[in-house]
Design a protein. Sequence first.
Length: 359
Amino acid sequence: MTERRRETAEEASSKPDSTNDQLLVVRGLKVHFPIKHGILFDRTVGAVQAVDGVDLDVPRGRTFGLVGESGCGKSTLGRAILRLVEPTAGNVRFDGVDVASLQGEKLRSMRRRMQMVFQDPLASLNPRQSVETIISEPLRAHGIEYSKKNRVREVLDLVGLPASAATRFPHEFSGGQRQRIGIARAVALEPELIIADEPVSALDVSIQAQIINLLEELQERLGLTYLVIAHDLAVVRHISEEIAVMYLGGIVEQTDSEQLYLTPRHPYTIALMSAVPVPDPAIEDHRQRILLSGDLPSPANPPSGCRFHTRCPYRQETRCDTERPELRLISPGHRVACHYAEEIVAGTVTPKVDAALPV
């Protein structure tokens, strides 16, 4: 491998002096898509609140997992961090630099340090381009002086593909091989942050394990930082050191991987964990599963107060309907957005009888 690239003088001068080891800091990020209505004159009649006030801290060199059901806004959040979707409000700081304030060449230069692996490996690769062209295209776009063929061979070897793959086209590969090509394209620029949006959801279970192991190996060799977006709890637990749970555009719980799975505190997280099978028949036969009623509300018309109160088995008559809870620290390293998190743990607030059913 070639040496990791050095920062340009312009990038280095734009960074404030800081001892903080957080590579990515997100504060109050919102992404609202306007709803237009009218034939001759479009007028805004509302907004889809895909992401609504998210705070994240991603430490350098670590893996941060983001989980949630489909439609909660996690993919939009990842794209907004890279400014593939423009944020409506909030602040994104990458290595101390405000990404939202960058324009033109400065933004292009910053994007070299942040890359994305997309969910569908076939849709994210140009079917008319060879693998060599796909991988070398980012190098050309950023004007990087590499021996194209040598660099392509390097990254193909890095992701476990033979050099002969360079002359082939995406449709000639399996799903797992196509995802390896997508990862090769992402690491070709030697970035510091990779946002992996459902990187294994479209793959078979055996192939999922290979891709996860590949991501971990690349992190160890290249010092990468990951933001992994997924809805598979087992995948996120395996690869992530810290996990945030997202519901209807907001973070409802955030802590380290082990603590989240052993002691979930938010009612939504508790319900998610109750659905995960336990490989012990004695425990599985006697544990209870919390069943959530209804569907995810529309982000175009989210509920007042706590976003989860319309489905929450622990819902109380006071506060839940009217006051949106803040993501607050309830124990060291454990943040929860729930008014009654401590009472739920203490057992003074219990789920409704019809919500907790034997498995």
